[in-house]
Design a protein around this ligand. Structure first.
Ligand code: KG4
Length: 336
């Protein structure tokens, strides 16, 4: 089954063709991140306009790369939630027209379910049940993937997402947007114990996390130093920050693993590209005897291939949408 998939929930417009949920035939992505970098973060209206400009050309490009024609497409999948509402609406409207025009089913896909499915594209042997640490610019959650379309959130952030924390810190340091990659590079060779940043605990909810205190602590450190005219070692600062984020995530994933007994852990989302988190997870999983699946960097960020993969499993579960499908800015993964 060939699925033509679309993603437009934030600042990446993407189209892809995926066969039977596991094979990428094509993947085309256009990012408006350069435009947002001028403002230090995503400007929703600009994101929507850029999606409108890019989506039709990307659909053609995805078919061309896959060496398929429109009649070879069996279904259309699209991210319909969660995300920036104007941005999502561009993808949803285009996907509806495409599915209607081609006379094929329309499949609605939850964005974070898509991020998890990126692992199916990279790892043919990965099948539910497993645990997934979902870490992106908008989401930080430990999800029990009991089946391809059955998800339970075991723990998550009470405030900021981990990616948001990386981005805000990078912005103050003048590292541009999105800041996770530059912060990761800055951390290389730094002393991760040079600064003691907080690792928060949520009383009575051992698997929940909080990043706002960490964000405030790192921003205060930067501002205090600049007010006193002191120079900070940015490599040490970035390494200490990454260690605090990782310490907030990895032990909780391992605790969730011990609770569920799955012994299988995957990671998803843009922050899954972080070298410190990847290394800590590798070490912790080796110690616990758990198997770890890390998506390749190319599938960590937003793309449409992951939507095509999850779309296939949603379709198998009987989930298609009518022409009244609407976008939703927020939606729990268990209900998506
Ligand atoms: O999954 P994604 O592309 O978009 C969302 O669905 O949110 O994730 C983007 C996030 C941004 O916050 C970006 O700074 C972060 O992923 N990111 C990283 C790294 N690469 C991207 N964060 C930490 N380390 C990285 N290497």
């Amino acid at each position: 089954m060939n699925i033509l998939a679309f993603e437009s929930s934030c600042d990446e417009t993407a189209a892809a063709v995926v066969r039977d949920g596991r094979t990428i035939l094509s993947s085309a992505i256009a990012s408006s991140a350069d435009m947002h970098a001028i403002y230090g973060g995503v400007v929703p209206e600009i994101a929507s306009r850029k999606h409108v400009e890019a989506i039709s050309g990307l659909a053609d490009e995805a078919l061309r790369q896959a060496d398929l024609s429109k009649k070879d497409i069996d279904a259309v999948a699209v991210t319909y939630a969660p995300g920036l509402i104007g941005a999502l609406l561009v993808g949803v409207s285009f996907a509806k027209s495409a599915a209607f025009g081609l006379g094929v089913p329309l499949i609605p896909v939850h964005h974070v379910r898509g991020h998890i499915a990126a692992n199916y594209l990279a790892h043919p042997d990965l099948e539910p049940p497993f645990l997934c640490l979902c870490v992106s610019g908008g989401t930080t959650a430990i999800v029990d993937v009991s089946d391809y379309t059955r998800f339970t959130v075991l723990g998550g952030t009470r405030d900021d997402a981990a990616g948001e924390c990386f981005d805000k810190t990078a912005r103050v340091l003048g590292l541009g947007y999105p800041g996770g990659g530059p912060m990761d590079r800055m951390a290389q060779g730094g002393d991760d114990r040079a600064f003691s940043f907080p690792r928060a605990h949520v009383e009575g909810h051992p698997l929940d996390m909080s990043f706002s205190g960490l964000k405030t602590a790192v921003l205060n450190t930067i501002h205090n130093a600049s007010q006193k005219g002191e120079e900070l070692d940015l490599h040490d600062l970035a390494a200490s920050f990454a260690a605090a984020v990782s310490d907030s995530l990895v032990p909780r994933v391992m605790e969730a693993n011990a609770m569920t007994g799955h012994g299988k852990i995957a990671v998803a989302g843009g922050v899954a590209a972080n070298s410190r988190i990847r290394a800590d997870l590798e070490r912790a999983c080796a110690q616990a005897g758990a198997r770890l699946w890390l998506p390749p960097l190319s599938l960590c960020g937003d793309n449409a291939a992951m939507i095509g993969s999850q779309g296939y499993y949603e379709y198998l579960a009987g989930r298609t949408a009518g022409w009244d499908l609407n976008a939703r800015a927020s939606l729990d993964i268990s209900k998506g």
